[in-house]
Design a protein around this ligand. Structure first.
Ligand code: BGC
Length: 801
């Protein structure tokens, strides 16, 4: 690795133009190389659920992990670090140097479209889990990226929205996870699309202070894709690298801005030095690049991904139904469309084509093979657009091979390119010169027992104007149009979908089919019958493709009348019903008190079925604890607004984010932040700690607890602080200050030693522009969630003598 003097020597070799050339990407995913410096390209690729690599191609698959919300639900930095290692291994396999993860924005409102991609509502949990992932990725020489700096917590008007946040809230809440990331040594920080207090983030003073000055960040600030919209302001601010390229906001314009004195050359030098430092760290500078091999063999990677599913699954309620006893089961009814087509990831730029997807149904079947009969009923057809064509639903009309035929045509309809593909979702079709239209065609396979009919007439024709100019949204989730047609059993009608490549409409073309189901009443009756005849029922419900995706926020949290009715019907038919919720963030569960058990699966990644079956069948206990407070109804949530008013989105809740806001509003959620059950029970016996501390020092407290249940278990012991009496500053009613997990055998006692960092006692003093701890009494509360804290003690923080 080059030292700083060496970086300066390299910098001296470059002309201004050569330096500036390095500061804009060479392609969508690569930085520019400079042979004179023996500087290679750096390849960047999205995370955090998997590393896609440079192309959106269904044949280049990736290991898909559970969503970030599920990773935070583990409250397990060791495991998250291992998963970071898995991402690094995937990055190596795909020739990637920089993973664009983690996403450290917060669960400010449950409606946020990228909720699933963020860790938590709590800055401490998001910061610690994020730092663990960063360390895990970077331990293998692959760089991580903390994004999106800062306050990019919702999607509505995300390219322009102006988040209005007071200084103290920024420091204590929204910047805090980024500060933790920098302390963990993160190599890149991504500046978001949004504005904060009237300045767009790629030109914001926060990139310098606190990021580079106070926190000492010596890595690269990269723009979110397409977020650079000016030359001078972004170049003067702390932004170092414009992505993607080619782009011309910097380039020649920046050369001219330096020549005219608008931007100092020293600013350009600092950016290039940072880029060279990153390249040196990543092994892309000064010697022929050695290809580092992935360190995790595929089997081990899959086993780890499966372990993560169980570790993040949150058991919200259990009325003696779980775990299912395999020795006592003859028949299990597995119900719901999401059981057979488990949704493994949220939508947007973080999406990958998974290696394989084990549905919950397949997982349960494998777990019960040779022991019990598994009956599956899909229930009412899910709402929303149909899933893309795949080798099961279509075949290539030319070769009859399962899949689709992709063709690219010129303006006269002449074929320029054709190939066989596996998916009706084509995000980056090859575009030879003259490309005008993308065509996807397939012979539809008849759908099992259904009688279908198609007459060959055109189904849909017209102009489809894009509904947004957000390039990322157009790329991954183009606007959808649906049409219903009748097919005839036994025939394989030819479906041809064409889309003209009009300017500004992106490249993605997606074609899917959804077989008709029986009517809702009939589907519910069949599901209830199957549940009644079974020893236990597992009913799976969740959000569809149209919900929980980058680029748009949700407008409601309901699962829809069909799915709610399905759970109710199944639960009525069989008291031994487990409801499994397949979503990346909160949804309303109006039937939650009527089911035997309620398990939150999140978007579990490719090993969904195996990991969830491990939990349901008791091979492992559910390890998850809520990283975000779960509302009973959207209307109860303290922050629901995502739509800016005249471009502005006020963060009026200030420091009272998440459970802090619920406590302040004196509202009770369905489930508190931190809540989650294992398969044993615990008694919290005693809390001990010092009676006095000195301001500026960490405090350690001890919690003694006992495993009072029948099984060995792991318990996440959480410690919160409050400030009794009247301090001179507004504080949350209580706030998370630390946690640690313990394990114990039945009957055994364990002691959790929880460190409360000095920072947890302090607040950001806007007058002095620094952290300050008020001397005086602090109360420690210990327990298993923000709403269940049976043990307390007080200590006095004293000024240094
Ligand atoms: C997203 C980023 C992502 C980038 C590259 C943007 O639209 O906001 O999270 O890293 O695209 O795909």
């Amino acid at each position: 690795m080059a030292d700083e003097d060496e970086l300066d020597r390299l910098l001296d070799k470059l002309t201004l133009r050569a330096k500036v050339r390095l500061l804009t990407g060479a392609t969508t995913w690569r930085t520019a190389a400079e042979p004179d410096l023996e500087l290679g390209e750096l390849v960047l690729s999205d995370g955090p659920a998997g590393v896609r690599g440079e192309s959106w191609d269904e044949r280049r698959t990736s290991v898909l992990l559970p969503s970030a919300s599920a990773l935070a639900a583990t409250w397990d930095e060791q495991l998250v670090g291992e998963l970071g290692g898995l991402l690094a291994s995937e990055a190596r396999r795909k020739g990637v140097d920089v993973v664009l993860a983690p996403n450290l924005n917060l669960h400010r409102t449950p409606l946020a479209g990228r909720h699933f991609e963020c860790f938590s509502e709590d800055p401490l949990l998001a910061g610690r889990i994020g730092a663990a992932l960063i360390r895990g990725i970077q331990a293998h020489g692959v760089a991580a990226t903390a994004k999106h700096f800062v306050a990019n917590d919702a999607e509505t008007d995300r390219l322009t929205v102006d988040a209005r946040i007071d200084e103290r809230t920024l420091r204590e809440v929204h910047l805090a996870p980024f500060e933790a990331a920098v302390a963990a040594g993160v190599r890149l920080v991504m500046a978001g699309y949004n504005r904060v207090n009237n300045t767009t983030m790629t030109a914001h003073a926060l990139l310098t202070t606190p990021l580079k000055s106070e926190w000492g960040f010596d890595g690269v600030v990269v723009s979110d894709w397409g977020a650079v919209r000016s030359t001078r302001d972004t170049a003067r601010a702390g932004l170092d690298l414009q992505m993607p390229g080619p782009a011309d906001e910097w380039g020649e314009r920046l050369v001219r801005a330096v020549a005219s004195g608008e931007v100092e050359e020293a600013a350009v030098d600092d950016k290039v030095r940072r880029l060279l430092r990153l390249a040196a760290w990543a092994g892309a500078l000064g010697r022929p690049r050695r290809r580092v091999r992935p360190h995790l063999p595929p089997r081990q990677a899959r086993a780890l991904a499966r372990r993560a599913v169980a570790a993040g699954a949150v058991l919200l309620a259990n009325r003696g139904v779980l775990p299912l006893d395999r020795t006592r089961l003859n028949t299990v009814a597995v119900i719901g469309a999401a059981a057979a087509r488990t949704r493994t990831q949220g939508g947007g730029s973080a999406g990958v084509f998974p290696q394989d997807e084990v549905s919950l149904l397949d997982g349960i079947r494998a777990g019960l093979r040779g022991r019990a009969r598994v009956v599956h009923l899909p229930g009412p057809a899910p709402d929303g657009p149909p899933p893309p064509l795949d080798p099961v639903t279509g075949s290539d009309p030319r070769t009859s091979t399962p899949g689709v035929l992709l063709r690219v045509l010129d303006a006269d309809g002449t074929e320029l390119y054709a190939e066989h593909r596996n998916s009706g979702r084509q995000l980056e079709p090859p575009l030879p010169p003259g490309a005008h239209t993308v065509e996807i065609s397939a012979r539809l396979h008849p759908f099992g027992r259904l009688s279908l009919h198609l007459d060959g007439d055109p189904l849909l024709e017209g102009e489809f104007a894009p509904t947004t100019d957000d390039p990322a949204v157009l790329h991954v989730s183009p606007p959808t149009h649906t049409v219903t047609a009748r097919l005839t059993a036994g025939r394989t009608p030819l479906l041809v979908a064409r889309r003209e490549l009009a300017a500004g409409t992106g490249r993605a073309t997606v074609v899917g089919v959804q077989p008709p189901g029986p009517g809702r009443a009939q589907a519910l009756a069949a599901a209830a019958r199957a549940a009644r005849e079974a020893d236990a029922a597992v009913v799976v419900v969740g959000t569809g493709e149209q919900h929980e995706a980058e680029g748009r926020d949700r407008t409601h949290l309901t699962l829809g009348p069909g799915q709610d009715a399905l759970v109710r019907a199944v639960a009525r038919a069989n008291p031994r019903t487990v409801a499994v919720v397949n979503s990346g963030g909160p949804v309303e569960l109006p039937w939650r008190d009527d089911v035997g058990a309620l398990l939150l699966a999140w978007f579990p990644g490719q090993e969904a079925g195996g990991g969830l079956a491990d939990v349901l069948l008791g091979r492992t206990e559910p390890g998850g604890r809520l990283p975000t407070t779960w509302p009973a109804r959207l209307a109860d949530a303290p922050v629901t607004r995502t739509r800016p008013d005249a471009g502005r989105l006020p963060y009026d809740e200030g420091i009272h984010v998440g459970h802090r806001g619920w406590l302040r509003a004196r509202r009770t959620p369905a489930y508190w932040f931190g809540h989650g059950l294992g398969y044993t029970t615990w008694a919290y016996d005693a809390l001990s700690g010092p009676a006095h501390t000195t301001v500026g020092e960490d405090v350690t407290v001890r919690v003694r607890l006992r495993n009072t249940g029948p099984r060995p278990g792991r318990e996440v012991v959480q410690v919160y602080l409050s400030r009794p009496g009247t301090g001179s500053v507004d504080r949350p009613e209580r706030w998370l200050a630390g946690w640690t997990a313990v394990r114990a055998q039945p009957g055994e006692t364990a002691v959790a030693q929880v460190r409360i960092p000095a920072r947890a006692l302090s607040h950001w003093d806007v007058h002095r522009g620094g952290w300050r701890t008020e001397p005086g009494p602090y109360r420690v509360l210990a327990g298993r969630s923000a709403g269940e804290l049976p043990l307390t003690l007080c200590f006095l923080a004293r000024e240094e003598a």
